[in-house]
Each structure stands twice: as structure tokens, then as C-alpha cells.
Design a binder for this molecule. Structure first.
Ligand SMILES: [Zn+2]
Length: 110
């Protein structure tokens, strides 16, 4: 795997100019930048395990990075859609909490 990773060549997958450099240091071109964005999102959330019924991303930094590096386009877009779903769920949960607080109902206790 190491020999695939040449500086500036989109983590070994193409030769386009990079537009995203992920936290691991891989550079991603416009066509593959979503892979860098997935890596950055996973890093920002401390490398969580993602499950869509079954585990799709392992909760381990280098396992996750390898999964993204060698991912098919279908896989990466499925994961990205799931990340967007999670973000929207969290946003609506936050908004719901704020609305209840504004209405004086109090915040949720779990
Ligand atoms: Zn590329």
C-alpha cells in the first residue's frame, strides 16, 4: 500500500491538482475530494464506527483511512450520505432542545 502513496497524486489514485488535503496529509483532486472530506469528518468526530444496520466504517483511525483510500465510489457516496443524515439528525435534535428551552419546557434528560 505504501508504494501507492506518492505526494501530490491524490493518494495514488489520480494525477489531478489537489483541492483538499486531509488531516492524514493525503491530497485530493476535485473528482476525489469527497474521500478527503470523509477522512476529515471521521477525524473531527474521533474516528467513530459508523453502522447502517451493519458496520460500514470501523472505529479505528487507520482501518477507516484504509477503507476510504480503497473505497469504491458507491461506498464513499453511501458513507457521505450517511454522514449528512447524521449531521441533519444532530442539528434537528439541537434545534428541538433549543426550542423546548425557549418554550420553558426544559431540556431533555437522558
Ligand atoms: Zn483524484
Amino acid at each position: 500500500m505504501i508504494e501507492l502513496l506518492v505526494d501530490g497524486d491524490c493518494a495514488g489514485t489520480c494525477t489531478e491538482e489537489p483541492v483538499v488535503i486531509d488531516v492524514v496529509g493525503f491530497q485530493w483532486c476535485p473528482e476525489h475530494e469527497h474521500k478527503g472530506r470523509v477522512i476529515n469528518w471521521l477525524a473531527a468526530h474521533n474516528w467513530p464506527e459508523l453502522r447502517i444496520g451493519y458496520p460500514v466504517v470501523e472505529g479505528d483511525k487507520w482501518c477507516a483511512v484504509n477503507q476510504v483510500l480503497f473505497a469504491s465510489e458507491d461506498w464513499i457516496w453511501t458513507v457521505w450520505a450517511y454522514i449528512e443524515y447524521l449531521e441533519s439528525e444532530w442539528n434537528s435534535q439541537r434545534a428541538g432542545r433549543e426550542n423546548r428551552e425557549l418554550a420553558g419546557i426544559g431540556s431533555e434528560v437522558r
